[in-house]
Write a protein that binds this ligand. Structure first.
Ligand SMILES: C[C@@](CO)(OP(=O)(O)O)[C@H](O)COP(=O)(O)OP(=O)(O)OC[C@H]1O[C@@H](n2ccc(N)nc2=O)[C@H](O)[C@@H]1O
Ligand SMILES: Nc1ncnc2c1ncn2[C@@H]1O[C@H](COP(=O)(O)OP(=O)(O)O)[C@@H](O)[C@H]1O
Length: 297
């Protein structure tokens, strides 16, 4: 028997970053929006834990026990006194190390799939606890939709979304390491008073109304200067999408994927074509939001 779970990518429509905490993490006001680009995780009973991956970027995904999906299976098994003997197969469509939480999506997917395969009936609250142990972004991958993440991003409050938003994502060549981008944020803000991160009310209102123009005006990402500092070529990508008529452009989370909010689906197609023609990205993907969280198929 096999179980397959589909899990969405995310974009951060607001990422307010506070000063580094004593534990090295940063307090955030992280407004997550799940977008319709998905990985699928299929689990099948096996003699031992094994991982395979298919998709255009599969060669960049670790297939050992450092894979976040494998760590998720191990943690769930340990909670229930089971052996994590499953074959985990990841069908990867989310850009790797792209600031779209692909690894987190696979972890949430593996957790839900193993819980169904093993009939362990783990409560939602317990699943969310395990997610938070695996990574700051993993709880959101489980719940999807839109949510405000506080603490290091793992404490979630669901948010209302009143319409569909149309995005283009420009995928860059190569990834950016999340810890390296936070470290660059620390370097750039050294000696500067970093304000407490707070969610923007105009942004939350724009989400609730489904108002793309208002959301475009309110988008912000405090990690963007750090990502641009590490990857200056992203400025050219942001400019190309804006010139093609995107309502707004920003780096997705820690990057290097860049996100373009557009008026509607036809406008998104036009922006994607212009981005591809500009030669400033490896590929351009269309996706609508919000998208549902991890779902058993
Ligand atoms: C930046 C964001 C925005 O949603 O995601 P990505 O764009 O990378 O996907 C997240 O904060 C990434 O979350 P995630 O990738 O789960 O990070 P974790 O595994 O928890 O932490 C990896 C490292 O990132 C840094 N980190 C992460 C979260 C946080 N609030 N403060 C941090 O300083 C720390 O250096 C930590 O060791
Ligand atoms: N299932 C997974 N899919 C992708 N990357 C993974 C996975 N498990 C572990 N990783 C590691 O996590 C790093 C970050 O990947 P990812 O989650 O895709 O990006 P981001 O943190 O930018 O959203 C990768 O470079 C890879 O080494």
């Amino acid at each position: 028997m096999s179980v397959t779970v589909r899990v969405p990518a995310k974009v951060n429509v607001q990422l307010a970053v506070g000063a580094a905490r004593p534990d090295g993490f940063h307090d955030l006001a992280n407004v997550f929006l799940a977008v319709g680009l998905y990985d699928e995780v299929t689990v099948t009973a096996a003699d031992e834990l094994r991982i395979t991956c298919e998709g255009p970027d599969a060669d960049q995904v670790p297939l050992d026990h450092t894979n976040l999906a494998a760590r998720a299976a191990q943690k769930l098994a340990a909670r229930h006194g089971l052996a994590p003997d499953v074959h985990l197969h990841i069908t990867k469509d989310i850009p790797v190390a792209g600031g779209m939480a692909g690894g987190s999506a696979d972890a949430a997917g593996a957790l839900l799939a193993c819980d169904a395969l093993w009939d362990t009936n783990t409560s939602r609250a317990e699943l969310l606890d395990i997610c938070a142990e695996l990574g700051s972004d993993v709880p959101f991958s489980l719940v999807g939709g839109a949510a405000l993440g506080t603490g290091r991003g793992e404490q979630l409050r669901p948010l209302e979304v009143g319409g569909t938003f149309h995005w283009v994502f420009a995928v860059a060549d190569g990834g950016l390491s999340t810890p390296a981008v936070y470290a660059e944020f620390d370097r750039l803000t050294e000696g500067v008073e970093v304000p407490e991160p707070l969610a923007s009310q105009p942004l939350l209102d724009a989400l609730a109304k489904g108002d793309s123009t208002a959301l475009a005006a309110a988008l912000s990402n405090d990690l963007q200067p750090a990502a641009l500092s590490l990857r200056p070529s992203l400025a050219g990508t942001l400019a190309a999408g804006t010139a093609a008529g995107a309502l707004a452009a920003l780096v997705s989370g820690s990057g290097p994927t860049t996100a373009f909010l557009t008026r509607d689906a036809p406008s998104a197609t036009k922006v994607a074509e212009a981005l591809l023609a500009s030669g400033t990205c490896r590929t351009a993907r269309l996706a609508a939001s919000p998208a549902p969280g991890a779902t058993v198929l």
